[in-house]
Design a protein around this ligand. Structure first.
Ligand code: FES
Length: 512
């Protein structure tokens, strides 16, 4: 199998005219400070600006460069958690409200695309849920019934030229696709700068707990009445972090020799007990591709993977004549125990608003979160705010919640028992290993050139031990999903602080 690929990055092109935003310097005071320049933060900034509130957005890297720019760009009313499962966990009324709330967020995206003439390849397409395995027919039929009960116009006939072999289907028309990176970058550029300033390369280092709240970066600070943590998992310490499962999910974009299927969102359930395959046609400046998403693993367990998402490749090759695997990338997903995101004010700090637990449905949920939180700040009624409010796990969810935390404890114990007392020189070049040295767990990376980078293996968020991610060459925390580069710098929260540096860029055999 040819597993060569050109780029380990998302295929989405930046907006060619992307507006550059400065780094935060100096002291500022606004109504709302928004941490995170992805779809949640930028959408909230747009809504608040339209309502006349002054805000500042602080983005660690560039607008859209986090999870938004690593998503599939699919917009759909149902969820990857399946409507039947939401109904089973809650009830039919909640399932219906989830579908209707997601439709309202999709309408908001469509309105902004029109209002600001966003050039982001937005197009309405059908969404198909099907299975290439007969044994999953009943699940599709149940989803069809659930979609009808949720008020969605479901169809079940299989088109004659459907590109996958199946005889059972649920189709929803008027769902949508776009280039998510260009969407959010252009939306950011469309916000009235007299109401909102966006700062890039402005990593937040400290968030105060007072009211008004003060947020600090390396070069400046912002004081505001409200803070919105639009950072996927809220940075800092929040109870919801322990109620979510965190996974890395891998996508690839391939060139095919045969004709591409018609534009649509294709979800092949494949096996009801595993992650589905999500397929779509997409395009960037170098051509048209098939985007496929499937494989995933718990964050912090990436060392068990081979260096390639093999099942995804096998699947797409079984249906298409693949010319080249052009891009591979990954993104993190946080799933709540009760299958609904957490959106709203923190129960402890009312002026702090969080939005997380979107699972793999974040473009629509991120927009919805912006609508709900901005309504809360503006004191506007919102039909859906009660549905997603920050909650403790319900009794029915408790076993999984406890099990998840036991799993965390298991990770801690396993780390303590199994870390090898080995010399740095035994680490394979190009790989990392957690090594115990004088009672301290060190996360040690050895480069191909025999340079050693040793940082503390203890995650500064809550003290779990990080694990090596073989595929992405990062240190990932299995507890709540923080990720760090080989220098220990934070790639992804909830950790705010870096892993403590022990020895960086020292040549093996030449160490002081
Ligand atoms: Fe919470 Fe590491 S992310 S302890």
């Amino acid at each position: 199998m040819d597993t060569q690929y050109k780029h380990f990055r998302s295929l989405w092109d930046q907006d060619p005219n992307k507006k550059q935003f400065p780094q935060l310097t100096g002291r500022h005071q606004v109504d709302v400070v928004i941490v995170g320049g992805g779809i949640t933060g930028i959408s909230a900034a747009m809504l608040l600006a339209k309502a006349g509130k002054k805000s500042i957005v602080l983005e660690q890297y560039e607008v859209g460069s986090g999870t938004t720019g690593h998503s599939t760009g699919n917009l759909y009313a149902p969820t990857g958690q399946h409507l039947t499962e939401i109904s089973a966990k809650h009830n039919k009324s909640v399932m219906k409200q989830v579908a209707q709330s997601r439709l309202s967020a999709m309408d908001q995206i469509k309105r902004w695309v029109g209002e600001f003439a966003l050039s982001c390849s937005y197009k309405e397409v059908p969404w198909h849920l099907f299975s290439t395995r007969e044994t999953d027919s009943a699940t599709i039929k149940d989803e069809f019934d659930a979609a009808e009960q949720a008020g969605l116009p479901a169809e079940n006939s299989v088109p004659l030229t459907f590109p996958f072999p199946t005889d059972v289907m649920l189709t929803l028309r008027n769902q949508a696709q776009m280039n998510p990176l260009q969407y959010v970058q252009q939306l950011a550029a469309s916000i009235d700068p007299s109401f909102c300033n966006i700062y890039e390369n402005s990593k937040v280092l400290e968030i105060g707990s007072g009211s008004p709240v003060e947020v600090k970066t390396a070069m400046g600070s912002v004081t505001a009445d409200h803070v919105i943590l639009a950072t996927h998992s809220p940075i800092g310490l929040f109870a919801v972090q322990s109620a979510m499962e965190v996974k890395r999910e891998y996508a690839m974009a391939v060139k095919v020799k045969n004709e591409l299927p018609p534009p649509a969102i294709y979800w092949d359930l494949h096996r009801a007990d595993q992650a589905m395959f999500s397929v779509r046609v997409c395009e960037n400046s170098s051509g048209k591709y098939l985007l496929v998403l499937h494989e995933q693993h718990k964050t912090g367990h990436g060392n068990q993977k081979t260096n390639f998402p093999i099942e995804t490749e096998k699947y797409i090759r079984s249906h298409f004549d693949v010319e080249q695997i052009s891009y591979i990338w990954s993104a993190q997903k946080y799933s709540s125990v009760d299958k609904l995101p957490y959106i709203g004010s923190s129960p402890i700090q009312k002026n702090c608003h969080i939005a997380t637990g979107f699972a793999a449905d974040g473009l629509v949920y991120g927009t919805l979160a912006a609508m709900i939180i901005s309504d809360q700040i503006l004191d506007n009624p919102n039909d859906f705010q009660h549905l997603y409010k920050i909650r403790v796990p319900a009794m029915g969810s408790l076993p999984k919640f406890v099990q998840h935390n036991l799993h965390i404890l298991g990770d801690l114990v396993a780390d303590l028992l199994t870390s090898p007392e080995s010399e740095f020189s035994k680490i394979t070049p190009g790989e990392g290993e957690v090594i115990k040295v004088e009672g301290k767990h060190l996360a040690v990376f050895r480069s191909d050139e025999d340079h050693v980078y040793a940082v503390s293996a203890i995650c500064p968020h809550m003290g779990c031990t990080v694990h090596w991610n073989k595929f992405e060459k990062s240190w990932d925390c299995p507890c709540h999903g923080s990720r760090f580069d080989i220098l220990g710098e934070v790639l992804e929260g909830p950790a705010i602080k870096a892993l403590e540096t022990v020895a960086v860029n020292q040549k093996l055999g030449n160490r002081d």
